[in-house]
Design a protein around this ligand. Structure first.
Ligand SMILES: Cc1cc2nc3c(=O)[nH]c(=O)nc-3n(C[C@H](O)[C@H](O)[C@H](O)COP(=O)(O)OP(=O)(O)OC[C@H]3O[C@@H](n4cnc5c(N)ncnc54)[C@H](O)[C@@H]3O)c2cc1C
Length: 390
């Protein structure tokens, strides 16, 4: 007989894990009926381990956007979670540094932050900046005291521990191949890798949650049901990081002003919990997933960094790693918000509020930055919504 679950979460990046953890600890769902499928041998092998590990304050995102709301709520939940579960993290604070012509942009950023509910920022002048960060040059800076850093691996490991210790099932090396409507839910076909061989088996679930990150659109295409919404188009935008061999020159996160259309946040300095400094990421639209970092970019990085850190030694920049943003906007287009689709909304739209089925398909698209920061808030949003339907 085909095993039936209440909920199947596809993908064990930080989003799938945060969603599964919130569902598993809600006390409202039989935990042995929650299944998390991950195609890789371990959790968090893609975007969730290829980012800046910054806990964002919520400065940049447009009014009432999901990015703004979920970042600000997620930041609060994440700091609480880190304290409760001993996850290495630090509220370092962050400086967004302006050069001469950019001071008005700092004020605009501060106003946006205020509208997003981030009221603790402060604009400081060049002298105050020099005192806070002697190696940084700028005519002014926006100081965000609630920004910080986190050990994202330890965070994901903790989420997974909670999922597994609650009794929910985490299955590695297993990818969802396709799914179709069946029995008031979904029949899901999976492939499990066993050495060189792979086994196919089917499960059923009432709720299917697509948290496949860069693969979310591929997975969406392979789900057949007549009440799903159209998936948006995916654009891959790569960001490379360089490690700085001369140690860490800063005590805060140091950022330039964001790029146009917030394509990226600009090549910034991030610190990790081991006290290392790295610079990145840039933003480059690409056609395929490729995590190589070209050493030839070091000169171009040094030019960008020099604007706020004149003493940068280009020879000490060493290629480190890359991550890929699952963007919903092409180069030059305005930034798009996160998309979180619930199929029950679609069923309600098309049938004047009458639901034809208990099946629910939840799909997440474009979960780029600040997805790590927002992860617990995304878990909270989805869980609240699903529990309302019970
Ligand atoms: C360069 C860069 C810098 C960033 N910096 C920050 C930052 O400082 N702060 C911040 O808050 N956010 C940051 N982000 C954003 C953050 O990293 C992402 O929002 C977050 O990691 C997305 O997690 P995810 O779980 O959606 O995706 P992923 O981590 O990619 O997880 C998706 C999972 O689904 C699995 N999967 C895919 N297809 C299938 C299938 N068919 N079957 C089974 N499993 C499948 C994959 O193997 C993967 O494990 C950054 C992102 C990038 C790219």
């Amino acid at each position: 007989m085909t095993e039936r679950f209440e909920i199947c979460v596809v993908g064990a990046g930080v989003i799938g894990l945060a969603v599964a953890r919130q569902l598993a600890t809600s006390g409202k769902i039989a935990v042995d009926k929650i299944l998390v499928l991950e195609q890789e041998a371990s959790f968090g092998q893609h975007t969730s381990s290829r980012n800046s590990e910054v806990i964002h304050a919520g400065l940049y995102y447009p009014d009432n956007s999901l990015k703004a709301r979920l970042c600000v709520r997620g930041k609060q939940l994440l700091y609480e979670y880190c304290a409760q579960h001993d996850i290495p993290h630090r509220k370092t604070g962050k400086l967004v540094v302006a050069q001469d012509a950019e001071i008005a942009a700092l004020e605009t950023l501060q106003q946006q932050a205020m509208r997003n509910g981030v009221s603790d920022t402060e604009i400081i002048d060049a002298a105050a900046l020099q005192q806070m960060e002697p190696q940084v040059t700028g005519s002014a800076a926006l100081f965000s005291p609630s920004s910080g850093i986190i050990d994202s691996h330890a965070y994901m490991q903790s989420l997974l521990n909670e999922v597994e210790s609650s009794g929910a099932l985490f299955v590695r090396k297993t990818r969802i191949e396709k799914a179709c409507s069946a029995n008031n839910g979904f029949r899901v076909t999976t492939q499990t890798l066993q050495g060189q061989q792979s086994d196919s088996y089917d499960i059923e679930c009432r709720v299917l949650i697509n948290c496949a990150g860069l693969d979310a659109m591929n997975v969406a295409e392979r789900i057949e049901c007549d009440f799903k919404r159209e998936a948006p188009r995916l654009y891959l935008c790569k960001g490379d990081y360089f490690h700085y061999n001369l140690g860490n020159p800063f005590t805060h996160l140091v950022y330039p002003l964001p790029e146009k259309n917030t394509r990226g946040l600009g090549i910034h300095a991030t610190l990790d919990m081991g006290g290392q400094c790295r610079f990145g990421p840039d933003s480059q639209y690409v056609d395929a997933i490729n995590y190589d970092v070209s050493a030839a970019k070091a000169t171009q990085y040094a030019e960008a960094i020099k604007r706020y850190f004149p003493a940068i030694d280009a020879a000490q920049l060493q290629p480190s790693y890359a991550g890929i943003r699952p963007k919903l906007s092409a180069a030059g287009e305005p930034a798009q918000d996160f998309v979180i689709q619930f199929s029950q909304d679609c069923a309600a739209d098309e049938h004047s509020g009458t639901m034809r089925t208990d099946a629910e398909l939840v799909q997440l698209f474009g979960i780029e930055s600040p997805g790590l920061t927002a992860s617990l808030a995304i878990g909270e949003l989805i869980t609240t919504r699903l529990l309302d339907q019970l």
